[in-house]
Design a protein around this ligand. Structure first.
Ligand SMILES: [Zn+2]
Length: 101
């Protein structure tokens, strides 16, 4: 990713594989946010293998990210698990759970 992640400021981050229709992990996403409103992500589409990065304002889940190449949308799920692990790991109990409605 061209954009450097400042882990001191990051409020949310995930880094996971994405499955295609056959359940094969052919895609990947790396996503982070500094304010849990604008999310920066770098993604490899599990359907066509296209790699792209973008930033997007995401509201309440489920979150869908559309591939500009094949037009398929990927559901970025279980994102809260990663979020909670991060919070637990850093011991940071401040107001970071803004994505839960
Ligand atoms: Zn695609």
């Amino acid at each position: 990713m061209d954009k450097e992640v400042d882990y001191d400021r990051v409020e949310y981050a995930t880094n996971r594989n994405l499955e295609n229709d056959e359940g094969e992990e052919t895609g990947h996403i790396k996503m982070f946010s500094y304010d849990t409103e604008i999310y920066f992500f770098e993604m490899t589409c599990p359907y066509c293998g296209h790699e792209f990065e973008d930033e997007q304002e995401l509201g309440s889940r489920p979150w869908w990210i559309e591939c500009p190449e094949c037009g398929r949308s990927t559901n970025v799920f279980r994102i809260k698990d990663a979020h909670e692990r991060k919070v637990k790991k850093t011991g940071d109990s401040s107001d970071v759970d803004l994505d839960e409605v």
